[in-house]
Design a protein around this ligand. Structure first.
Ligand code: DGI
Ligand code: FE
Ligand code: FE
Length: 233
């Protein structure tokens, strides 16, 4: 794998502009750091990071043409805003030109711009890494998201999605239904996830709020509890 990674890196250095290449390295590195934290294979995380923007070297019209030539399905929203296409076109390049046959890596590349409902761990690692990588400097919540990413990946993902949506709304940008669906799904996932309580807290739990999951005592987290946890970071 090492040799393959080096070859891809060399190729991307030639193909991408220097800023995009630096961003790419930052995302690959951040994917690896998050993979260490959340227990994902480091090489697969690096590969997803390295290739995620490999198609971001064409203008919108060219990407639209390339998708049509390659019979890649283009939704109405993508036709209206073809810059979104670099994600799925990138997944095509990863498979056809960079010889990646790992479906999870291809999925993460394809959904890295909008997200999607039911994101896998790798989808989330890449989505968050793309936003927080060290050379990003525009978003006003970067410091907070960089910290949160290593504490609670799902919550970081949700906060980033919400931030992007409000940014797009404030600028009257067309919003892809997939971006909204991804955010709604992540909000549901964060709200519904169980909290496994430490032994010492068992007695604090009422019968009503106590349930069993994976053999451990759990309860559903309320919105208030979620907000308190987040505020404490
Ligand atoms: O390719 P990058 O710049 O590294 O990052 P990216 O692939 O996440 O693209 C970032 C841009 O995509 C960011 O400015 C927000 C935008 N974006 C995400 N969802 C939507 C969107 N833009 C529009 N118009 N509509 C969306 O639904
Ligand atoms: Fe991108
Ligand atoms: Fe990117």
């Amino acid at each position: 794998m090492d040799e393959k990674i080096l070859k891809i890196r060399k190729n991307l250095k030639k193909k991408l502009d220097p800023f995009r290449y630096e961003h790419t390295l930052g995302v690959a590195f951040t994917c690896q750091a998050l993979a260490m934290r959340y227990g994902f294979d480091l090489e697969r995380a690096e590969m997803a990071g390295l290739l995620h923007d490999c198609a971001k070297r064409f203008d919108g019209r060219t990407m639209l043409e390339k998708c049509e030539q390659r019979k890649i399905t283009v939704r109405e929203e993508e036709r209206r805003d073809p810059s979104l296409l670099h994600a799925k076109l990138g997944a095509w390049y990863a498979r056809e030109k960079y010889d990646v046959d790992d479906a999870e890596i291809l999925s993460a590349i394809a959904c890295h711009t909008t997200g999607k409902p039911g994101m896998t761990l790798l989808d989330k690692l890449l989505y968050v890494a793309d936003y927080i990588e060290p050379r990003r400097n525009k978003a006003d919540n970067l410091a907070e998201m960089r910290r949160l990413a290593f504490l609670d990946l799902d919550l970081a993902c949700l906060k980033i999605m919400e931030h992007i949506l409000s940014y797009l709304e404030s600028r009257d940008c067309p919003i892809d239904a997939m971006t909204v669906a991804a955010c709604v799904d992540m909000r549901r996932a964060v709200k519904e996830r169980p909290v496994c309580c430490p032994e010492s807290k068992k007695e604090e739990m009422t019968n009503e709020s106590t349930g069993k999951r994976n053999g451990k005592n759990c309860r559903r987290r309320s919105g208030g509890e979620e907000r308190r946890r987040y505020k404490n970071y």
